[in-house]
Write a protein that binds this ligand. Sequence first.
Ligand code: DX5
Ligand code: ZN
Length: 207
Amino acid sequence: MIISPSILSADFANLEHDIKAVKTADWLHIDVMDGHFVPNITIGVPVVASIRKVTDMPLDVHLMIENPEKYIEVFAKAGADILTFHYEAASDVKAIIKKIKSFGIKAGMSIKPKTPVDVVFPYLNDLDMVLVMTVEPGFGGQKFMQNCAEKIPAIKEKAHDSLIIQVDGGINAETARICTSYGANSLVAGNYIYKSADIKSAIASLR
Ligand code: DX5
Ligand code: ZN
């Protein structure tokens, strides 16, 4: 199980401290929002580059931006290890995947709650990861949507053995169990981890 704490719920004035606080997890989830694809604006390239200097954890960068193809190179060079774009924002999915992989990093594609699962099928062989959003992207702390997690078995059925199926949004110990029972093997969690009194136990409880 790949646990990826979302620093969207961290204290941005104490980011290095809050990154080190989740070192028992596997990846670090970084939400990049542009104010167009989603109504919120968060982290950009210079922050990813600064984070790269203070942790060895793989950086799991979730691009919630329009025109993702324009920003692949800069995020790869800033230190992303996994770069996930949104299907809804992509004009040429195959070209985007190819470009991400050309930097020797993992390519992920995400779908929003209202996007039907079958749009991912043609790309499963090219992708390293599919990210199934279990809330509308844009903000932390929203309620988990179970009907989104129900998309997972159809992906799993058609996926190659090493495909990572990640879920993001409203994940806690209880919803994590639902997602893993459907076949998810990577969990993003923001509020559940960062708002907990004992971060280490919260991470352990997701495993
Ligand atoms: C939402 C982001 C998530 C967010 C999850 O658009 O993609 O990564 O941080 O936050 P929680 O776990 O609090 O729902
Ligand atoms: Zn995310």
